[in-house]
Design a protein around this ligand. Structure first.
Ligand SMILES: Nc1nc2c(ncn2[C@@H]2O[C@H](COP(=O)(O)OP(=O)(O)OP(=O)(O)O)[C@@H](O)[C@H]2O)c(=O)[nH]1
Ligand SMILES: [Mg+2]
Length: 303
């Protein structure tokens, strides 16, 4: 009988490093939302990959940066919490940006947080640089921390991802699988649905607006014909933001609703009726309930 293995692999790094892209690539499904903007992921998101007899549970985390607001503090705490609970930590950095002050700050804190957990360096976005530059960068970053291994990948294109998955399959501890073999995510459907809508909002809206809104799935109704009716609320922090989210004649919210609905329907493989409502809630960034809905610890935001 072959021995099964299973464990948690935390993805940490600066905002925009490509953590969520890598999680989706490893899992083979879009479990975590991705945008070109920083601070897209807000909470820990688990995606599950199988490799041989190993089950690898990837834990996507918010980017680590210098937090200012309560929400930022909770996000950064969630990222470090993910690292603390993991069997293996992967530190993602961007090939074209190299050893930035932000990466240096993370490495500084890794010394405290990682303890005995093995940490591997993952240089991502290698499609953006010349191969010659990579070796020097790998050496430089390895000089700053005792990484157990270094990988060079393109999470977007999939380069190097097989090798990384093979290695992780051998690193996670022996033990029974933690999830059914065909499960790809450990996140309630209503939260995945809220995240999809937030991705479309983030892609469409500019400046601070995406950072000052949150999406919650308020109602989920299974219909007799096999479709689902999903009602969501978009909380914005300023009265002025509501008009921007709605757009002229409701155009913006309509376009957002259409693309979110299409993606949700594809994810679930059935028809979805999505209803969006925008509410102004000036203090949502200081309400414990909003954090619970996101899967964040409100108290972690205390200064
Ligand atoms: N060229 C290139 N772009 C990539 C690669 N991996 C990710 N990206 C892009 O980098 C941007 C950020 O990707 P995300 O996966 O959202 O990054 P993240 O680390 O999860 O970001 P936060 O959630 O904000 O911390 C997106 O525009 C991705 O398409 C890669 O291998 N090559
Ligand atoms: Mg992310």
């Amino acid at each position: 009988m072959s021995e099964t293995r299973a464990g948690f692999v935390a993805l940490i790094g600066e905002p925009n490093a490509g953590k969520s892209t890598l999680l989706n690539q490893m899992v083979g499904a879009k479990v975590s939302i991705v945008t070109h903007k920083v601070q897209t992921t807000r909470a820990r998101i688990r995606g599950i990959a199988m490799r041989g007899d190993s089950q690898i549970v990837f834990v996507d985390t918010p980017g680590i940066f210098r937090p200012r607001r309560r929400l930022d503090r909770s996000m950064v705490a969630a990222a470090w919490g993910g690292a603390a609970d993991a069997d293996v930590v992967l530190l993602l950095i961007e090939a074209h940006r190299g050893l930035t002050p932000g990466v240096e700050a993370i490495i500084e804190q890794l010394r405290e947080h990682a303890g005995k957990t093995p940490v591997a360096l993952v240089i991502n976005k290698i499609d953006r640089v010349k191969a010659e530059a990579l070796l020097a960068l790998a050496q430089e970053v390895n000089g700053a921390f005792d990484f157990v291994s270094t990988f060079m990948i393109s999470a977007e294109k999939g380069h190097g991802c097989d090798d990384l998955l093979d290695w992780l399959a051998g690193e996670v501890p022996q033990g029974p699988w933690l999830y059914p073999e065909d499960q790809v995510a450990d996140l309630p459907m209503r939260m995945i649905a809220a995240e999809i809508t937030r991705e479309k909002l983030t892609l469409r809206l500019h400046e601070e607006i995406p950072y000052q809104l949150t999406v919650e799935t308020e109602r989920w109704e299974e219909k007799k014909d096999g479709s689902a009716r999903v009602d969501q609320v978009i909380y914005v922090a300023r009265p002025g933001h509501k008009g921007i989210v709605l757009g002229k004649g409701g155009e913006t919210i309509k376009a957002i609703g259409q693309s979110a609905r299409a993606e949700l329907a594809e994810f679930m493989g059935r028809t979805v009726h999505l209803f969006l409502q925008v509410k102004v809630r000036e203090n949502w960034l200081d309400e414990a309930e909003r954090y619970n809905e996101m899967g964040l610890d409100f108290r972690d935001g205390d200064a």
